[in-house]
Design a protein around this ligand. Structure first.
Ligand code: NAD
Length: 285
């Protein structure tokens, strides 16, 4: 299936717009996930990668539960969720175990089951996303790991009973800073390494129960979280100059990979880190 025709005269900094799952009513994907339910953690605003994922899933017919991390974000998340048919919104700060429990209780009551969980959350103190990594405080290190890595396992455990017998799919978001040194990414790189290892251990645990666990390693995209990384714009420029596709990727492209990982076309894939980065990860010198 041809998704985008390649125009050789196209300016490389302009990625193809529109995408498979992000076009409402696209006949290719309409109803593809009808009757399925998903939990999307991590929408902060319309730039969030979680929102790109939610749009692709919702446009394919999946009913979604959204979470918001704090009261400040609540109304914005509610507004976006209203664009997705049949969705619900629940509070979920992953540093509060009782809130994780009650969010999953609500999903159980409202949906009865769960087919997909998208984990698109991360946090580190802004002052630790710059300068020397060796200055990372113990508190900052623990916080980054609690929110950005441990929360995947904490939520997967709660999702497990809701995915029983449903060939569930758990998807998280990572970055190449997990594997290589990326200037200023610092403690978040260590947390992403833990997250990617968690994907493999969870995939091994949950595979026999029919549940798949994968990560999307996305290229840099301007979002609220990304703005906390010092010199983030330099990363964006570097990718546009050096990635094989000579451009950056979009939240819609991440969303469509999430759609793929949620559906039966990816049924043979688990424990993988899938790159949506315009090919940047293959480059050496
Ligand atoms: N933007 C990028 O360049 C990029 C690249 C690769 C991977 N990622 C990853 O994508 C994911 C989503 O980030 P984004 O770039 O869309 O930014 P974002 O700011 O839109 O999303 C981050 C989300 O994490 C949530 N969050 C933070 N602390 C939380 C807590 N205690 N409990 C619950 N939720 C909490 C925030 O509320 C927010 O919704 C993150 O894991 C990020 O590391 C982003």
């Amino acid at each position: 299936m041809v998704l985008h025709e390649v125009d050789p005269t196209r300016a490389v900094e302009n990625p193809p717009t529109g995408s498979l799952g992000s076009r409402p009513g696209d006949p290719h994907v309409q109803d593809f996930l009808e009757g399925k339910t998903g939990l999307v953690l991590g929408v902060a605003n319309k730039r969030s990668l979680a929102w790109g994922c939610a749009q692709s899933l919702s446009n394919a017919g999946m009913r979604l539960a959204f979470t918001y991390a704090n009261e400040r974000l609540k109304s914005g998340v509610e507004k976006l969720a209203a664009e997705c048919k049949g969705s619900i919104v629940v509070a979920l700060d992953v540093t509060k175990p009782e809130e994780i429990d009650s969010a999953f209780e609500t999903v159980k009551t409202e949906f009865g089951h769960l087919d997909t969980m998208v984990h698109a959350i991360a946090y580190a103190n802004r002052e630790e996303l710059q300068g020397d990594f060796f200055n990372t405080s113990k508190e900052g290190y623990m916080l980054a790991h609690e929110v950005s890595a441990y929360s995947l396992t904490a939520c997967a455990r709660r999702a497990l009973p809701l995915m029983k017998g449903r060939e569930g799919s758990i998807i998280t978001l990572s970055y190449i800073g997990a594997e290589r040194v990326v200037r200023n990414y610092n403690v978040m790189g260590i947390a992403k390494a833990a997250l990617e290892a968690s994907v493999r251990y969870l995939a091994a645990d949950l595979g026999p129960r029919g549940i798949r666990v994968n990560a999307i390693s996305a290229g840099p995209i301007r979002t609220l979280s990304a703005s906390g990384v010092k010199d983030f714009n330099d990363m964006i420029d570097h990718i546009a100059e050096t990635a094989p596709l000579r451009r950056n990727v979009t939240a819609e492209e991440v969303g469509d990979t999430c759609l793929f990982l949620s559906g039966e076309h990816s049924r043979g894939i688990t424990g993988s880190i899938i790159y949506v980065d315009a090919g940047y990860n293959i480059m050496g010198i």
